[in-house]
Design a protein. Sequence first.
Length: 254
Amino acid sequence: MTRSAQTIGELRKLNTILIRVTLLVLRMVLEDSFNKWYTQRIKVYKALFSLRCSYQANTAATAVTNATSSASGTMPSHVASTTLHELSADLITPYATNNPTHVKILQEVWNTTYRAMNTKIPPFEKESAKWKDILCFQNMNPGADLKTSGILALRCLAYMFDRYPSPSSAIIAKNRTNIKTNYPVSAVGVNTALLIADVFGLRTQKYNAEPMPYWSMFEHPSCFYEVFCICFLYMNQMWVNNKATRSDFGKIMG
């Protein structure tokens, strides 16, 4: 075995181990109560740093050699590929107010938002000042704020508010007031979804061309949404720890 091949093998093993450990820690933290989340934040920072290192290690391995696909991972299984394709489709599909499926997803965001806040759910409105008041959308029509996230960001927000209502409620309540030390929840949701989609190459359908060790994660249909939740909560903790203001938004998201 050549030195470069041995290095790639070691990086691949490290990559796989770090991803497994990271997912284990993320799952453990996400299943805890919101209060316990704060006590576990150091573990989350380490886990995310490990994930970043594993991504860089994989990139370095690819740069060392144009070896076979086994050196950098495997192609996604049929189940994982189906999940990734659905995510890609949601990303590139613009939100349409006359599409019943899209409106239903928007209604899920509406319902899960109020449910997370333990508040009586008012009649659903596609366009309402409530979107600006509660989630800090810039427009009464939230679809106008989704940028190039298609309907994927809406699905992410609905998932987080439904799956993790306690931290979601605290974040929404804290940031409803339009002051410089708070951030627009909707904008963070959209940008977080776009960042993660870019990492996994959903827009270019990277999963159809490049073998990677982490494709197998997507055999779980909620994988992307779980990653979204932990990244959103991590960003929120970064915001609190750094006593950030809206002028720091780009730095925090970067």
